[in-house]
Write a protein of this length. Structure first.
Length: 156
């Protein structure tokens, strides 16, 4: 199955580490949001992954905008991933929900979500050495690998 990952990763490169592991398993190409047109992505790829760090409770605006520019895609699959300073607790703050809402309106079939902690030096955290130093770690990346393997099994 042709696969692509659209990933916005800044500062520490946390999300790109996760994208590379998932991409290796799926055989996916990896692009930044501005490097691929959303309409072309839907034409060329059957499975599309979207990921970024979490900024104030949401994916990076470039990922949200990319998703909003997708045409309808009833026969395409999508997965979402993120890294964040805080854990994803759906009852309190479901980081992925805004993106899922956009994608479901476009007709994409969601095949999975992945999130893990990422090293965060934002704002005042820099003064104390940040939070989640060393994350994503080997365990996080192994979880990302298993996540991608599960997607392959689901779509086989």
């Amino acid at each position: 199955m042709s696969s692509v990952i659209i990933c916005y990763s800044a500062h520490m490169g946390n999300t790109l580490k996760v994208a590379r592991v998932i991409g290796e398993v799926l055989g996916a190409e990896i692009y930044k949001p501005g490097e691929l047109d959303p309409r072309e992505a839907v034409k060329k790829y059957q499975l599309i992954g979207l990921g970024s760090g979490i900024y104030y409770g949401r994916h990076h605006p470039s990922i949200i905008t990319f998703a909003e520019r997708f045409p309808e895609a009833r026969d395409r699959y999508v997965f979402i991933f993120s890294t964040s300073g805080l854990p994803k607790i759906p009852v309190l703050h479901n980081y992925h929900k805004p993106l899922i809402t956009i994608l479901s309106r476009k007709g994409f079939r969601l095949v999975g979500e992945f999130s893990c902690r990422g090293y965060n030096l934002h704002g005042a955290l820099r003064l104390i050495g940040g939070m989640n130093k060393g994350r994503p770690n080997a365990e996080d990346l192994e979880r990302a690998r298993r996540f991608a393997e599960n997607i392959l099994r689901r779509l086989a």
